[in-house]
Design a protein around this ligand. Structure first.
Ligand code: FCB
Length: 470
């Protein structure tokens, strides 16, 4: 079997990256990304997300484009301070109305809305109170979740709580390259980490207890993934260990998020590594965090290549002169095959790829078209990897391409174009790229147009990977 008959083909975007109109428009308050947009040098090219793609005013046109490329589902997120300017308490109905209109528009065009509650635009008002470091922060998130669920759950059935906790805590509170730009000691990072996990758990409870329709819930985490250098059992075991071992004090260790959420415990090796800096777990916390989930979301762009040393330990082999995207991310399509297989084996849940794509250096050609052939090849290869995993029996529910539109790529500003649709940021003109048409044919054939998964073999050549070059 290739892709299941009810496979969901979609694309994704996030509120802050496309909506714009953050500066008081219709009562929208600022988020930590607005604060960092103002900070000199934080975002490349002194770009801000204040206007982004003006999706807030152009959503009808955007949904029409989604329909024209046969999208079945669209993963959107809600801007918390647009809906609750203070983060808690008073609701800004004008802000909430926008998501109402968007959901209605999607449904009218036959596109199913998959809603992410938090994709990084944290309210400034709550940041002033300590943000994720404040032990009340999970209750704030639960309160916000209830507002959204009360309003949208008569039409929305599929929810994601948090997008990429590893990024908004790890990059936002530890390395400081994402908002709010903090570089905290590990103990404080883990405190924020634990509060965010509690927020996830409480949000799941709120969705389940308040949804007007039977709801399906997951999250969209990201983490380090690994592809084995060869198919030998030793290399496969090493790649798996590299994926799930807590190997450092950064937040990209898969099990540091997944084990609490799916199994109700922090992994032993992580607790040992963090020692006194590990999260303080109060009675009942792990029960709150570990809520039944319907699927595992998986955001994946790139992988490391791992082999086993003579004594069976994982060893990363770094690529030398290897094909890379415009972001300089190595092109590793087998990530979708191995990543999903490893996840399924460990957590036994259906998997939905919540983000996958690449940035390319696109422009509108003289013929008025955008010839992004590298995007087509990239997606083709990654989807073959996914097809292979599916054929091997991994339960894969669907795939969301990142992203429907070129957009504000966080600290990179507008430098990285990830869209199926080109956006001219001067005129806001949208131009579907060649890849959008190509993706349409994939959707319409339920992946049959991709051809045989075996075509992928031989792409990641072990000879491209050397031990000490990067
Ligand atoms: C992910 C983010 C998403 C986008 C892509 C390229 O880490 O979730 O918003 O920036 O990377």
């Amino acid at each position: 079997m290739a892709f299941r008959d009810d496979f969901i083909w979609g694309a994704a975007a996030a509120s802050y990256q496309i909506e714009g109109n953050t500066q008081g428009v219709d009562g929208c308050a600022e988020s930590v990304w607005d604060m960092c947009s103002r900070r000199n040098g934080f975002v490349k090219g002194t770009n801000t997300g204040f206007m982004a793609c003006d999706h807030y005013h152009r959503y009808e046109e955007d949904v029409k484009i989604m329909q024209s490329i046969a999208l079945q589902a669209y993963r959107l997120s809600i801007m918390w301070p647009r809906v609750m300017p203070e983060g808690t308490g008073k609701v800004n109905t004008q802000g909430l109305d926008f998501y109402d209109r968007l959901v209605d528009e999607l449904l009218a065009k036959g596109i199913s809305p998959w809603v992410t509650l938090f994709h990084w635009d944290y309210p400034m008002a709550l940041f002033h109170k300590g943000g994720w470091l404040n032990d009340d922060s999970s209750d704030w998130f639960a309160e916000y979740t209830k507002v959204i669920v009360d309003r949208l759950s008569d039409r929305v059935e599929n929810w994601f709580t948090l997008n990429e906790q590893a990024c908004f805590i790890g990059l936002g509170h530890q390395t400081g390259v994402h908002a709010p730009g903090l570089e905290l000691p590990v103990k404080e990072v883990n405190r924020a980490w634990h509060n965010a996990l509690l927020a996830h758990g409480k949000a799941v409870q709120v969705i389940r207890s308040h949804s007007k329709r039977p709801a399906k819930v997951g999250a969209a985490p990201c983490f380090r993934t690994a592809v084995p250098m060869t198919n030998s059992p030793e290399d496969v075991a090493a790649a798996k260990a590299h994926t799930f071992n807590v190997i450092n004090k950064e937040m990209f260790n898969a099990s540091w998020w997944m084990d609490p959420a799916f199994n109700g415990e922090y992994p032993e090796d992580g607790l040992a590594l963090f020692g006194a800096d590990a999260p303080v777990v109060k009675p009942g916390d792990m029960e709150t965090i570990c809520q039944p989930l319907d699927f595992v979301g998986f955001n994946v762009y790139q992988s490391e290549m791992v082999r086993a040393t003579a004594d069976g330990k994982p060893e990363v082999a770094y690529p030398n002169n290897y094909p890379k995207t415009h972001f300089d991310w190595p092109i590793t399509p087998e990530a979708l095959k191995w990543g999903t297989e490893f996840l399924y084996e460990r957590y036994h849940k259906p998997i939905i790829v919540t983000e996958n794509g690449l940035s390319t250096n696109d422009w509108v050609s003289l013929d008025g078209k955008v010839h992004d052939t590298t995007r087509i090849d990239f997606l083709h290869r990654y989807l073959l990897g996914l097809k292979e995993a599916s054929a091997n029996g991994v339960d894969i529910m669907g795939y969301f391409q990142w992203s429907i539109l070129d957009n504000f790529e966080w600290a990179e500003g507008y430098k990285q174009r990830f869209g199926l649709v080109h956006v001219d940021y001067e005129t806001m003109k949208r131009t579907p790229k060649e890849s959008a048409l190509w993706y349409k044919s994939v959707i319409e054939s339920n992946g049959a147009s991709l051809g045989e998964a075996s075509a992928l073999q031989g792409w990641m050549k072990p000879s491209d990977f050397n031990r000490n070059t990067c």
